[in-house]
Design a protein around this ligand. Structure first.
Ligand SMILES: [Zn+2]
Length: 70
C-alpha cells in the first residue's frame, strides 16, 4: 500500500540539528523599547505619542490627564 502524501501536508525534509537551530536563533533577541523625554514635563514617554503624564504633544495639551495621582 502506498502512503498518500496529501494526508501529512508540508513537513520539514529533515530534522534541524541543535546547532543549526541555535545558530538561526542568534538573530532573535529582545530589544529595549524606544523612549523619549517629554519636553513639557520631562517624563519618559513613547515617541510620537501624547505624554501620558501631562497630556501634551507638540507643545499643546491634547488629552486631559487625571492629575490627582501626584
Ligand atoms: Zn509630559
Amino acid at each position: 500500500m502506498k502512503l498518500d502524501i496529501t494526508l501529512f501536508g508540508a513537513l520539514p525534509f529533515r530534522r534541524v540539528s541543535k546547532t543549526a537551530k541555535r545558530q538561526r536563533r542568534t538573530h532573535l533577541k529582545k530589544t529595549a523599547p524606544t523612549v523619549v523625554t517629554c519636553p513639557n514635563c520631562g517624563a519618559t514617554v513613547a515617541p510620537h505619542r501624547a505624554c501620558t503624564k501631562c497630556g501634551y504633544y507638540k507643545g499643546k495639551e491634547v488629552i486631559k490627564v487625571n492629575k490627582e495621582e501626584k
